[in-house]
Design a binder for this molecule. Sequence first.
Ligand SMILES: [Zn+2]
Ligand SMILES: [Zn+2]
Ligand SMILES: [Zn+2]
Ligand SMILES: [Zn+2]
Length: 347
Amino acid sequence: MDSWSDAHGRHRCAACFRQFNKMEHLVEHMRAARHSPHEPRCGVCGKHCRSFEALRDHLGAGGSTLPKAASCAGEFAARGCKLCLRVLASAAALQAHRDCQLSRTPPMARLHHQQQAQAPQGGGRVLALGCKMVGAGSDGSLDVVARVCVVDEQENIVFETFVKPLIPVTHYRYETTGIRPEHLREGTTVKSAQRRVQDLLLNGEQPWKARTSRGRANLLVGHGLDHDLNALGMDYPAYLKRDTATYPPLMKTSKLSNSLRFLTHTYLGYDIQTGHQHPYEDCVAAMRLYHRMKRQQHPRRGGGADEPAASADQAFPAWRQRELERMTPEELLRLSTPDYQCWCLDD
Ligand SMILES: [Zn+2]
Ligand SMILES: [Zn+2]
Ligand SMILES: [Zn+2]
Ligand SMILES: [Zn+2]
C-alpha cells in the first residue's frame, strides 16, 4: 500500500481531500481542479476551497444547508472571523481583530474633503471605477451611463461627473439613482468622460504600449467592469482589470457572480446601495474588497508556478499521464498551476 492511499486503497487529493478509487481518477481531478496555494483554505484542517462561499459552507458560516465539517465549524465558531474567515489563535486574538469589520463612508464627506485636497495626480497605481446608469428605450430597460466616479487607493475621489446621455432618457430610476433631468443637463459628454477616465487609467502611458506591458498604467478595480467600460465606450487591457464580479474566489460555487452589495455585506461587514446610490460607494467597496484579497498571505512558489499557465485551460502541460500517475498527491499539488491570477501577486 502506498503511503498516500488509505486502508481501502483510495487516493486522496492533497488540496480538497476528495477521495478517488484509482490514481488515474485523481490525476483527472487534478487536471480539472487547478488547485494552488492561492485558493481560500480552511484555517483548521487546511482544506482548499474553490471560493470563499465554499469555505463559508465548510465552516458552517454560510447560509447553505450543505453538511459542514463539524470539527472545523466548532473551532471557527469559537475563534473565527465571520468576514475574512480566518481562524485566530485565541478568543482574545479574535477580539483584537475587530477592525476587520469596516464601516460605511458617507460619500458627501469625501466630496467635501476632495474640494480642499490638492488635485490628485492619479498615480495611486490602482484606481476604482463606478458608474450609475439610467434607463433609455421604450421601456427604460436600456442602460445608459449617467454618473461616473473614479476613486484612488486612499478612497479619495479623483474624478466625478454627471453625464449627458446621447439618447433620450425614459426612466431616471430616481428611487435608486437620485438622478433628476437637471443633473444630466449640467453633465459632461460621454466622450469627454471617457477621455478623462482613459487618461487617469493610462497615467501617461501610450495606449498601444499598455496592451502588452503595464509601464505607468494603473490597475483598474471595479464590479462588472465590462458593463461600465462598455457604457463609456472604451476598453482596457484584461490583464490590468481587477473585477470583483469575476474573480473566482469571490464568485458563487455555481460560478455566477455575486452582487457587490452581497460581497460588501458578507466580506466587509457593512451595507451599501440603500436609498440613493452614489457610485463612490461602489468604488470604495470594490477597492476595499480588492485590498482584502491582495493582502492575503499565500505561500509563494516563485517562477511561473503561481501564475496561470500560458495555455490557461491545460494543467500539467509538460507531463505524461504515466508520469503523473506515479506521483504522490502532494507532488501533483506542487506542480498544479491556478487558472486565474491571484491578486496577492500584485505589487
Ligand atoms: Zn482536489
Ligand atoms: Zn494568492
Ligand atoms: Zn476545515
Ligand atoms: Zn477578519
